[in-house]
Design a protein around this ligand. Structure first.
Ligand code: HEC
Length: 106
């Protein structure tokens, strides 16, 4: 019985590790599930929530000037109506999602 429990635990741990490694590797998935409702799938914030909160388009001149470090800081600690993601996303996930946003600015 003890042995079986041990094996089950190892299996659960292994599955969890695989899942979080996958999630961290995909900035696009994080963006779609956590950011697109306000920022829009294309980052241009043309949806109802984006308009209501006056979310800036990521390709606007002001947003395009923001450095990766600034965008990571805003995502981590929030700004105005932009929620803080500290504790909700890992540092690696925030880095990946900001890298994905950078691809939307082109
Ligand atoms: C509830 C709506 C909402 C959600 C969800 C949201 N944002 Fe925002 N975001 C905003 C608003 C509003 C602003 C503008 C803040 C300001 O300038 O006062 C903003 C601004 C930003 C900026 C700064 C843009 C610039 O001008 O440089 C970044 C970067 C950003 N968001 C990233 C993210 C990321 C990454 C996520 C998902 C993990 C996310 N946001 C989710 C509403 C949201």
């Amino acid at each position: 019985m003890k042995l079986r429990t041990g094996i089950t635990l190892v299996a659960i741990l292994a599955a969890t590790t695989v899942t979080s490694a996958f999630a961290q590797g995909s900035g696009a998935d994080t963006f779609k599930s956590k950011c697109a409702m306000c920022h829009g799938a294309d980052g241009l914030a043309t949806g109802p929530a984006g308009k209501a909160m006056q979310v800036p388009a990521f390709n606007s001149p002001a947003a395009a000037k923001a450095t990766t470090a600034e965008m990571i800081a805003i995502t981590t600690t929030g700004k105005g109506k932009m929620p803080a993601y500290t504790g909700k996303l890992t540092d690696a996930q925030i880095k990946d999602v900001v890298a994905y946003i950078k691809t939307l600015q082109k």
